[in-house]
Design a protein around this ligand. Structure first.
Ligand code: 3PG
Ligand code: MG
Length: 392
């Protein structure tokens, strides 16, 4: 992997810069700017070197269609504010931009192509689409560690066609995680929550041999609760997970890794409602699980007290509504308390998790906070991420 930081001669070069500007949005407003703040050093470096920057990024999951609410416009605005520089959003169909010279008609140093996931070819890792994207630039830079676990066109395929480099934030994340995983001390507890069940459930099997405890909260916990015989009402869950959960349970016995999932929960009829406590056998069909209950919180705190390392990705509940933030807050506070007492080494990662820790003002109480969620977990698995492979 070559870092763009060591490249000189970037004057007037067109840099295709893949960023992860997938920040949390609420009614078109950015609720946490961490992923933007973290890539500013790369942008400032490229500006200083007088390069022409063409940003590629996705936001959300528009699944190959134009979704107005998932435009990069709010991000463009924020970049402009942070850089005090004009940033131009290119909304034309990028497949119809005929030539590199297209960009010469813009005087701005920074252009940003509209949400790359508006094109179905992106997630299909389409070779022709990638070749076309590559034809728009002279050099490719990946500063999107948090989506480097996706073998998508702008991450995996484009670098095949251009001299390719890592960005400053990707360098930072990879070297921090390398150090953490090589110096890690047991007992190790990994807390996995959030709503992206399908990304994460497959990772668990490979984490079991490495860790002492895996705490499952958030959306994935619903699949576990159901597997063990209780109804989860209208909670989010992934289909066809029984086989993989069975494997997880069997492996956890072989490797003596404890799997902890909620024993009580907080429910509501919808995301905006008030909270009600429930035992697992009390959840009715019109209720959804939105947080962990008090017994579960006590159990998790106890596990944290008996751990030397805590790795955390994904909130315990729908913390965007304060009625369902308690589980996540209690976990964050317990980690903070033990970190301050020098009892643990703690690492957290993921867009929502970082946003939660920022809200609580506890980011500095963690040894390292990664912008990456899924990529962070896959890195812990020991996988070489597609985005990193492509740079090597
Ligand atoms: C993230 O938020 O983890 C990254 O932006 C990747 O998003 P994805 O899970 O939709 O691929
Ligand atoms: Mg995310």
């Amino acid at each position: 992997m070559r870092s763009i930081l060591n490249e000189k001669n970037l004057n007037k070069k067109k840099i295709l810069l893949r960023l992860d500007l997938n920040v949390p949005l609420e009614n078109g407003k950015i609720t946490d700017t961490t992923r933007i703040d973290k890539i500013l050093p790369t942008l400032n470096f490229l500006i200083k070197e007088k390069a022409k920057i063409i940003i590629l990024s996705h936001i959300g999951r528009p699944k190959g269609k134009i979704v107005k609410e998932l435009s990069l416009e709010p991000i463009r605005e924020e970049l402009e504010k942070k850089l005090s520089k004009k940033v131009q959003l290119i909304t034309e169909n990028i497949k119809e931009i005929k030539h590199k010279r297209f960009f010469d008609s813009y005087s701005e140093e920074i252009l940003i192509l509209e949400n790359i996931r508006f094109y179905s070819e992106e997630e299909k890792n389409d070779n022709k689409f990638a070749k076309y994207l590559a034809s728009l630039g002279d050099i490719y830079v990946n500063d999107a560690f948090s989506c480097s676990h996706r073998a998508h066109a702008s991450i995996y395929e484009v670098p095949k066609f251009l001299p390719s480099f890592s960005g400053l934030q990707l360098d930072t994340e990879v070297s921090a995680l390398k150090k953490i995983t090589s110096e890690i001390t047991r007992p190790i507890t990994c807390i996995i929550g959030g709503s992206k069940i399908s990304t994460k459930i497959n990772v668990i099997k490979n984490l079991i041999p490495k860790f002492n405890n895996i705490i499952i909260v958030g959306g994935m916990a619903n699949n576990f609760i159901e597997f063990f015989g209780d109804s989860v009402g209208k909670s989010i869950k992934e289909k066809n997970c029984n086989l993989i959960i069975e494997e997880i349970i069997n492996l956890s016995k072989i490797y003596k890794c404890k799997i902890i999932y909620p024993e009580d929960v907080i429910v509501s009829n919808d995301l905006y409602g008030s909270s009600k406590k429930r035992k697992l056998n009390e959840i009715s069909s019109d209720e959804m699980i939105l947080d962990i209950g008090s017994k579960t919180i006590e159990r998790i705190k106890n596990v944290i007290d008996n751990s030397k390392t805590i790795l955390w990705n994904g909130p315990a509940g729908y913390f965007e509504n304060p009625n369902f933030a308690n589980g996540s807050i209690e976990i964050a506070n317990k980690i903070t308390e033990n970190k301050k007492a020098n009892k643990i080494f703690s690492v957290a990662g993921g867009g929502d998790t970082v946003s939660l820790l920022n809200n609580l003002n506890v980011v500095n109480n963690f040894n390292f906070v990664s912008t990456a969620g899924g990529a962070f977990l896959e890195y812990l698995e020991g996988k070489i991420l597609p985005g990193i492979t492509a740079l090597n």
